[in-house]
Ligand binder design. Sequence first.
Ligand code: FDA
Length: 403
Amino acid sequence: MAKQYDVAVIGAGAAGMMCAAVAAARGKRVVLIDHAEKLAEKIRISGGGRCNFTNINTTPANFLSQNPHFCKSALSRYTPQDFLALVKKHRISHQEKHRGQLFCKDSAEQIIAMLKAECADGDVTWRMPCKIEALEQFDDNFLISTDTGDIEATSVVIATGGLSIPKIGATDFGYRIAEQFGLKIVETRPGLVPLTFDGPSWEAFAPLAGIALEVEVETGTGKGKGAVKGKFREDLLFTHRGLSGPAILQISSYWQPGTPIVVNLLPELDVADELISTKGTQKKQLGNVVGQWLPARLVERLLQAQGLAPDARIADLPDAKLRALGDAINRWAIVPTGSEGYRKAEVTLGGVDTRELSQQSMMVTKVPGLYFIGEAIDVTGWLGGYNFQWAWASGFAAGSSVA
Ligand code: FDA
């Protein structure tokens, strides 16, 4: 005999636990199913172990989606302040870091414990670890066949996340279920991920590994309404294989293979203007002047690439040479070969097409009773707590309306 529930939530990560707790608080009989041995590993490792659980400045503009208006409703009905109120209710000490990012002061484990406690308050039943063999719809119900017995539920919420970090349990389950029910999927790709360059093109930069500096980075394709453009001012980190750091993770979500990213290594200064305007009065050597602004190893590499000697006197150099150097610093255009992939990506871009879902409830419009929430759907946040805010908000939307 299959066990009967009102709601079965598949995936006990951020979105799934929020949804289960909210539905159970409304008196629904909820079962929460996950295949992992360990609960919510992604929350545990997030924010360097301190979970950047939201961003107080969240707006719909902080998300990428082919349907950018979709996230507005859920985000406005469950705000960062709502989640913060929950965090305060559970007496979790927290702190604001960079640009509205809220972190636990002690440990991400506290967020997991908080969500577990919220589920316990509503008597949510756990099935974990539990392998799902099949999901079928019959009459007005769903039958979930699992290796720990069958489950019958009026509603099923898919909260199995994206493809990032397979070694801690990410699977394509959500996309397979979407396909089974004939839903469109926006092509998936790794987001918030370091960018890589092939061996020969990176050889000259590899020795710069470890250098970090604040830059402005941009990329973009398309025109008008279809344009996808990103611009961020954050730290960049040179690595042995390419570029990383918050600036690169952010821009990676906007980057399209084959197109360049443009890095301004000195956003505060128009380098060519500065060098040319001081030319007449300067007897200084080029390396010393540029060395005041940028790390020595980077300066050495930049001058070498322009065929300029560090001890050349600025006054002796033609304007064209100084302009070329200025361009190399203020508009460094490079085409990444690829990215570090899902192994290192913090999120998965794309996913279940939001045009298949109700923006109020996250229910599939053509399959009443079936819901998708969290990272499994085509809504992806910037770095900085936005992805968890989407998990909470979409989980709340489904949990509040699930039958
Ligand atoms: P999530 O991945 O959390 O949960 C999915 C659940 O489904 C998992 O428990 C998984 O085991 C389960 N599952 C998968 N397949 C299944 C199957 N076939 N059967 C049963 N269960 C299955 N975001 C942020 O806002 N602030 C931050 O600080 C960070 N930091 C961060 C660090 C790192 C290293 C990563 C990889 C990611 C982040 N993120 C983040 C992103 C954030 O973790 C992510 O967006 C959310 O966890 C997504 O929540 P979901 O509930 O949708 O998926």
